[in-house]
Design a protein around this ligand. Structure first.
Ligand code: ARG
Length: 459
């Protein structure tokens, strides 16, 4: 029994299968550095408050630093049979310092320990993901600057609708990403409160200094309620929500790139380094990266469901169900990082086939609204102009014509308001150039939003 930390109450060794079932070190081991940081802050506070002697506190802090280095140098391996990373580090400390090591856990529980570790860990991950997303947004802004004149069809229902530019399309994603960045920051801000000192659930009778540990660990303040401190995981869920939304944006963009790579669209060509071939069909060049991102979006959404469902029926305070939080949120974080890291260089190296975009925009009557607007600007009510244009489009389809090639005499059969200047009004370039309302696709309007985005990105 000597090897179990909670041996006193028990008269038997835990069943081997149960031990393996219970153990979380295979996935919480990655938080060793955060666990040690938390323990150093706790031991420092215990020493400063006179709860343990200053000498013991110093010994513990010194040894914890060595353990941290030994793990990162590969000198000390995590024991796969340990129950979790918290038990492992404490056992190692006690192995090295004897009775002094046994004092570290005074006035602390694994419940506040794990909550602080995970917050520290995710706080760092948020910073990483934030800069990856920022890099992606900057890449898109730079691409947009090159394509303010690249005309392409804008779609609704995947039907050609009205003309836009590639820059306009790219900038739509920049704004989504800027909101994703805000959501990440927000989640980080709300997460940054310190549960340490909540104890198992009901605080402690020792005269601790929670502000000190909170400050030492760079938190905004201690959490005001010890039950909440150990038992909520809303910080994981909120982060996962933000990640799901980010993935949703990447997934929609991926879906478009998949379409654009097809022979049916051929708007872009991926760099050979960012596409894959087929084992049987020699002609194939597949957009696997984007398909994987689309697939992994389902996986991250699944992680979010895992977390929400895991929490929904738990009575206060800690329950072991909550050990399941880590695999879900780590999976989400890992996969999001992989996706963004791969997506950015894939986009930066992608070839934009401007002529194909323009040719597609020239077909499909995407200037029909402009034709109706032409009549409206000459005084006709919009609904009447809409109907006349619809009739003309139907006539063009019957005759195999476009609004550009329809003779003026045919226009005039509908209304005398039509004149030769209609051709200029419905030309593709006019249609794009004149859509200069705020947020619109005209090169002028897009340059304005590029400037706004650059400001938001801190250029
Ligand atoms: N490995 C546990 C977890 O991840 C640590 C907390 C254990 N607390 C307990 N009372 N058993 O949640």
């Amino acid at each position: 029994m000597a090897d179990m930390m909670w041996a006193g109450r028990f008269s038997k060794q835990v069943d081997e299968g149960v031990n393996a079932f219970n153990s979380s070190i295979s996935f919480d081991g990655r938080m060793y550095e955060q666990d040690i940081r938390g323990s150093i802050a706790h031991a420092t506070m215990l020493g400063d408050c006179g709860i343990i002697s200053k000498k013991d506190s110093d010994l513990i802090v010194g040894e914890l630093c060595k353990i941290s280095n030994d793990i990162s140098d590969g000198v000390l391996e995590l024991d796969p049979n340990a129950e979790d990373i918290h038990m492992f580090i404490e056992a190692e400390l006690t192995k090295r310092l004897g009775d002094v090591g046994k004092r570290l856990h005074t006035s602390r529980s694994r419940n506040d320990q794990v909550a602080v570790d995970l917050r520290l860990y995710l706080r760092d991950e948020i910073a990483d993901i934030y800069s990856l997303v920022k890099e992606l947004a900057v890449t898109l802004v730079n691409m947009a600057k090159e394509h303010t004149e690249t005309v392409m069809p804008g779609y609704t229902h995947l039907q050609r609708a009205q003309p836009i530019t590639f820059a306009h399309h790219l900038m739509a994603y920049v704004w989504m990403l800027l909101r994703d960045m805000e959501r990440l920051q927000d989640a980080g801000r709300r997460m940054n409160y310190c549960p340490l000192g909540s104890g198992a659930l009901a605080g402690t009778t020792y005269k601790t200094n929670r502000k000190q540990t909170s400050d030492l660990l760079g938190f905004t303040a201690p959490m005001p309620n010890s039950l909440d401190g150990v038992s909520d995981r809303d910080y994981c869920i909120e982060l996962c929500c933000a990640l799901s939304l980010l993935m949703t944006h990447l997934s929609r963009f991926s879906e478009e790139i998949i379409l654009w790579c097809s022979w049916e669209f051929k708007f872009v060509e991926l760099d050979d380094a960012f596409a894959t071939g087929s084992s049987i069909m020699p002609q194939k060049k597949n957009p696997d990266i984007t398909e994987l991102i689309r697939g992994k979006t389902g996986r991250v959404n699944g992680d979010l469901m895992t977390l929400l469902t895991m929490m929904k029926g738990l009575p206060l305070a800690y329950n072991k169900d909550m050990q399941e939080d880590k695999e879900a949120i780590f999976d989400a974080v890992d996969n999001v990082k992989l996706c963004v890291k791969t997506f950015t260089p894939m986009l930066a190296t992608m070839r934009v086939l401007k002529d194909n975009m323009r040719n597609a925009a020239a077909r499909g009557f995407i200037n029909a609204t402009d034709c109706a607007d032409y009549l409206v600007k000459k005084g006709m009510p919009f609904r009447d102009a809409y109907k006349i244009t619809g009739t003309l489009v139907a006539h063009c389809i019957d005759e195999g014509l476009t609004l550009e090639t329809l003779p003026i005499s045919d226009y005039k059969t509908m209304t005398d308001l039509f004149d030769e200047d209609v051709y200029e009004a419905i030309s593709l370039d006019t249609c794009v150039r004149e859509r200069k309302s705020e947020g619109g696709p005209s090169p002028e309007a897009v340059k304005e939003q590029i400037a706004l985005a650059e400001k938001a990105l801190g250029f």
